[in-house]
Design a protein around this ligand. Structure first.
Ligand code: HAM
Length: 420
């Protein structure tokens, strides 16, 4: 027997209902903030991610699904959506429009990660980006969008973690201090950190090994090394967040796992924070467009992990309840009734009432059992007697009340209830 590949999942109809509601909420919030939808390809040139996300990141070093197609081109399933959105912005000349250009997408992304609770190899993100503007009010807007979306789902005890990691002017000074500090603590850090010290020192602060935590605690802090303009940007951002009543925690260790960030970075954590629980994160990436061959373009964005949001909703007892089903199950007793109900089902559907007709040659009991099993709201029963009288027995499956209604009246009646 085949099974879905490790780290992927099938979403069956009940689960799909929760997904649709979550996606509708995500879309709703992005559009409330004036973001327009963009859809990009599932795969891109591999080089886009090598250059965009960074060759010394976990995503590119260990997690990317890269392959050569039959024409010999190197491609990759998108491991994230920011680089593709910037590529599209440059490719379609969106820099000619009034800035910022605000784009959102709901995408499936792929990372060869070690599967566990909250960590998948194919997962879904709400991704929002604002391109072409360096005003920190946009950073605040995006952090607020992520926060309000999660808050509106009913999630409690979340925390907004915020940091500034500087830019090309002040970051080198910080990295120098960080490297000097770590060189004094080589004996206390893990082998991965010794490698990071050479390849990607910023990532040292993100190490999850217990033995490295005390070293991280004592490390230099990015916020102490910000140049004047970065410090001012960070200060204004915090003022805008305060204006909207968004409490945040400055977290000087927050560096994020992708190389393109400059200045602002943030994450939203659930109460039981851990490596695979972060609900969403993002930041500013003022150098990315240029790195991808475009003109210098300040930009900022975030992505939220939809599987993790659903898991956290469930943990907090908030798994969105069963949707009200407006489904009518039409239960025919005999062939002539089946033909009549088949016509009725067609009329119901054309009026927007979901309808399904019982199949085969089943007893009333078997038909009602099926109606309940598929979560129908009503059973519409017709046997020879109802057929002769031009009536249907309508059974409300929630209350078990039953009444006879003329076939002619049913479509109006059910449509009214379903569309109410
Ligand atoms: P990221 O932090 O790599 O950022 O991913 C964003 C979110 O995706 C995470 O906070 C988490 O909720 C979810 N996520 C990440 N990996 C997994 C996984 N293996 N399984 C399930 N969920 C996962 C980015 O992707 C950036 N592109 C965000 C961004 C947009 N920055 C600027 N603009």
């Amino acid at each position: 027997m085949f099974r879905a590949p490790r780290g992927t999942q099938d979403i069956l109809p009940d689960e799909a209902n929760r997904w649709r509601r979550l996606e509708a909420a995500a879309r709703g919030w992005a559009e409330l903030y004036g973001y327009g939808e963009i859809r990009t390809p599932t795969f891109e040139e591999l080089g886009l991610f090598l250059r965009g996300v960074g060759e010394a990141t976990d995503i590119v070093e260990k997690e990317i699904y890269a392959f050569q197609d039959k024409g010999g081109d190197w491609l990759a399933l998108r491991p994230e959506e920011t680089a593709p959105v910037v590529r599209a912005y440059l490719q379609h000349g969106l820099f000619n429009r009034p800035q910022p250009v605000k784009l959102y997408s709901i995408v499936n992304v792929f990372r060869y990660d070690r599967p566990q609770a909250g960590r998948f190899r194919e997962f879904r993100q709400l991704n929002c980006e604002a391109l072409g503007e360096d005003d920190p009010i946009v950073d605040a807007e995006l952090a607020a969008l992520l926060w309000r979306f999660l808050e509106d789902l009913g999630l409690r005890d979340l925390s907004l973690q915020l940091n500034s990691i500087g830019d090309s002017v002040c970051r080198p000074g910080f990295v120098e201090a960080l490297v000097a500090y770590y060189r004094e603590h080589l004996d206390k850090i893990c082998p991965d950190d010794r490698r990071r010290l050479e390849t990607n020192p910023m990532r040292l602060l993100d190490c999850k090994q217990p033995r490295c935590q005390p070293v991280i605690e004592g490390a230099p802090r990015t916020v102490d090394y910000l140049c004047g303009p970065c410090a001012e940007h960070f200060g204004r951002l915090q003022a805008y967040l305060a204006d909207e009543g968004l409490a945040h925690q400055i977290n000087p260790r927050l560096v994020r796992g992708l190389d393109y960030y400059t200045r602002t970075v943030w994450e939203v954590w659930p109460p039981e924070a851990g490596a695979q629980s972060t609900l969403g994160g993002g930041g500013r990436y003022d150098g990315l467009a240029e790195q991808l061959g475009g003109r210098p373009t300040p930009a900022v964005g975030f992505a939220a992990g939809l599987e993790r949001i659903l898991l956290t909703l469930e943990k907090q007892g908030l798994a969105p309840g069963e949707a009200e089903s407006g489904l009518a199950f039409l239960a025919p007793l005999g062939q002539p009734a089946k033909r009549e109900l088949n016509r009725l089902a067609d009329r119901l559907r054309r009026r927007g009432v979901p309808a399904t007709v019982g199949t085969g040659d089943r007893s009333l009991k078997a038909l009602l059992r099926q109606a309940n099993a598929i979560g129908a709201r009503w059973a519409l029963v017709m046997g020879d007697q109802e057929l002769a009288e031009g009536k249907v027995a309508v059974r409300d499956l929630r209350t078990s009340e039953q009444r006879g209604l003329p076939v002619e009246a049913i479509v109006d009646e059910l449509a009214r209830e379903v569309l109410a």
